[in-house]
Design a binder for this molecule. Sequence first.
Ligand code: CTP
Ligand code: MG
Length: 395
Amino acid sequence: MTLSVIVVAAGSGERLGSASPKAFVTLAGKTLLENSLQPLLGLDRPLQVVVVAPEGWLTPAHTLADSVLTKGVSAHDMSFTVVAGGATRTESVRRGLAAVDAGNDYVLIHDAARALTPTEVFQRVIDALEAGHQGVIPVLPVVDTIVPVDPDTSVTAPAHPREELGAVQTPQGFHTASLKAAYEQFGGDATDDAAVLRAAGHDVVAVAGHRESVKVTYPEDLRNLERVVGGVRAPGGGVMVGTGVDVHQFDPSKPLVLGGMDFPGVAGLAGHSDGDVIVHAITDALLAASSLGDLGTHFGVNRPEYEGVASTALLTHALGLLRDAGVTPTSVSVQYIANHPKIGPVRKEMCEALSVLVGAPVHVAGTTTDGLGLTGRGEGAAAIATALVVPHELA
Ligand code: CTP
Ligand code: MG
């Protein structure tokens, strides 16, 4: 049988309250959209994927879908299209259905907000379709007691027996022609597609859902899922670490700037900028932790505009790159390695100023190399930094 999968990702995520639409919010370093597309690769069969994205977000959605769906896929034939969604989920599904290949027998409809639905759930839905059912939904047993309430939260009737209730998830699977016909007849707004099929008089069967197939709705949902991903896919729970090292020769003709502080009367450090090895090492560590390259990538010697620039300005620019990448620094430790100046007397002031600049605690230490090497001979100074960053949602 031929199969299309519509991934609806056009919602704004009002309850999540994020700056970008919900599907573009990151979970353990990847957007919900990327996470939700990932299990499709495990199906290992020809697929047409239709991503329904918010108006104005079609290009980023295309880039993300491309990065997931065309990676390492050789065993089967995967095609995808991105279309613009509508004001409601029902309208977004309608637009997705219009882009489904006319000849495909079955269609699955999945919420991008269910970022961690495992492949096995998709497979269960497909198996039920192949067994001849017109409509299939993944359902979880309800664990809470469900009672009808009115808006002021008074309980209005006895609890419904729990064994007779189920929580409905996605992907929901359908015979394409039946669902298209059902949507053509349907005039209202539905929260799921099985309701539309049932309204047209078809039966819908349930298969087992999955506890990790949670719909990201509120900020707490993201935090809880970060823990799931942290245990399963990203040791460290989404925390990323980076290292930065910098070395410069002393140059008595330049003033010394170290950790963003001026040291009047002390020999400075040579370099394209002010030679501040401490700030350079911190910047490199932050860029590395965020997988954003290094100092050379952004401020290399081939960029004359950075000649003589304060290193703290480069750090500020790098912090902007982190912000755009959805990453927040949480901790930085840096060690200065040279015979002079001693860090101890200025440590408190330097740590405080750098912490304010970075927006996270920065600790500065100093050491010498027992008279050995270029730092021991007093030819230059070095610094080594370690930075930890997390996705915005975890900060
Ligand atoms: N969706 C959509 N188009 C809409 C509304 C929702 O494609 N106009 C999608 C969402 O992107 C999501 C799924 O439908 O993947 C389930 O919707 P929901 O979880 O309610 O997401 P939002 O509508 O974005 O969130 P909220 O209701 O908090 O605004
Ligand atoms: Mg909604």
